[in-house]
Design a protein around this ligand. Structure first.
Ligand SMILES: Cc1ncc(COP(=O)(O)O)c(C=O)c1O
Length: 404
């Protein structure tokens, strides 16, 4: 079973003494336990972005003529949050776009192979298959057990590398299995063989204090998940000789420039989310502190995982605890009763059912034919959210499993 937490975390309050939820605009008619999928933007950052949009529409001509300068400023602010040199960071709309920019910029020799893992995000894997197919090569998948530790993960990934390997794509924090991978160790081992590495760090900003590892290669992270920036904000960090090969997905007026300035020119596109991102970072730092967020989310997930796990165990007699190697603070897995959400389609259906029938937003994932509840925690969550899940959703999920 999951270890029982010693204390129930005290709900987070704003500096004015209100529940932290007051800083967000999430509908009170739902329980929100799925920050990990699409994030949630604090009111202050929403207001800042709205102001920028108003300015843009008061006179679009000067706005768009000078947009690249505003983007360069936003890039510096976001680089500061990620503790990265802004000369190594380009802004992109989302992690998917950053990954596609890398796939499209690298030259894959005939027969080139891409190595990734069985934990890779579906769309990122599809992209790898697209470019490998184009080169007449293939994607090799390292099968990583959920419980594998850092050394085992690194060894299993590197075992798939061969002289045809043109790129290794590895998650820093996985989506379906909510675990970390030892990306620095993998990058180190890959660099000895001269193989570039792309780190899919969609979930890392905000979760890790200094999320960009010290390595030469590519790193893509979403600022609109745990870092709470307005949606459409992500960073592509590139260091080393391959960085200058990167080309933006949009052929705009950045073509005379090199990385990352070539990415600052995005054509006629509303990128006010990038410019308001800093307000989200500052809101959390000034009103709560990022370190406080990380501790609170970890404690809350410990509590929620133990409580909900116990409710499942009592109802099914099965142990829902999952042995996850390298678990992380604000995302956790709980095994669902046998037979539930065993496919990607079923997991979507179960998630939709819980949302529609029980007014609880959560993530249901599938890995190796087993369904999991993936819990998230952010500052606006409180122990009550997990208690409601245990009371309302656990009996319903057990009933669903029995009806199969
Ligand atoms: C591991 C991982 N990679 C990539 C993505 C894609 O992110 P986006 O949809 O913002 O491009 C996600 C989305 O949840 C993810 O979890």
């Amino acid at each position: 079973m999951f270890p029982a937490p010693l204390t129930v975390p005290r709900p987070m309050l704003t500096p004015e003494g209100q529940p932290a939820m007051a800083d967000w605009s999430l509908t009170p008619s739902k329980v929100h336990l799925n920050h990990g999928s699409y994030g949630s933007v604090p009111r202050a950052a929403q207001a800042h972005q709205l102001k920028l949009k108003e300015l843009m529409d008061q006179n679009p001509c000067p706005w768009f003529m000078g947009q690249f300068e505003l983007v360069a400023t936003a890039r510096t602010e976001i680089a500061e949050f990620l503790i990265v040199d802004p000369r190594h960071l380009a802004l992109v709309p989302n992690a998917s776009a950053g990954v596609s920019a890398v796939y499209n910029s690298l030259v894959f020799a005939p027969g080139a192979e891409i190595v990734t893992t069985n934990h890779a995000y579906g769309a990122v894997l599809q992209g790898a298959e697209r470019v490998a197919r184009k080169a007449g090569g293939k994607v090799r998948i390292a099968e990583i057990p959920l419980a594998a530790g850092a050394e085992e993960v690194c060894a299993l990934v590197m075992a798939e590398v061969n002289p045809r390997t043109a790129l290794i794509v590895v998650d820093q924090i996985t989506s379906a299995t909510a675990r970390a991978f030892p990306v620095e160790e993998i990058a180190r081992a890959a660099s000895l063989l001269g193989v570039p590495v792309l780190v899919d760090a969609a979930h890392a900003p905000g979760v890790l204090e200094s999320p960009v590892p010290d390595f030469e290669g590519f790193w893509v992270g979403n600022l609109h998940k745990f870092a709470c920036a307005p949606r459409g904000t992500a960073a592509l960090v590139a260091r080393g000789p391959q960085a200058q090969a990167l080309e933006p997905l949009i052929d705009s007026w950045g073509f005379p420039y090199s990385f990352p300035e070539n990415f600052d020119h995005v054509g006629t596109q509303d990128v006010t989310s990038w410019m308001a991102a800093r307000t989200a970072f500052d809101t959390i730092e000034e009103r709560y502190g990022w370190a406080t967020f990380r501790n609170y989310a970890r404690e809350l997930c410990d509590y929620g995982q133990a409580l909900i796990g116990e409710a499942f165990a009592n109802a099914t007699g099965q142990n829902p605890a999952v042995d996850v190697g390298m678990p992380i603070g604000p995302l956790r897995l709980i095994r669902l009763p046998e037979g539930l959400a065993t496919t990607h389609e079923d997991s979507h259906a179960v998630r939709g059912y819980i949302s529609d029938q029980l007014d609880i937003e959560t993530a249901i994932t599938t890995f190796n034919g087993q369904g999991y509840l993936r819990l998230s925690a952010h500052l606006y969550n409180s122990p009550k959210d997990y208690e409601i899940f245990a009371e309302r959703a656990v009996p319903e999920l057990v009933r669903l499993a029995h009806s199969l």
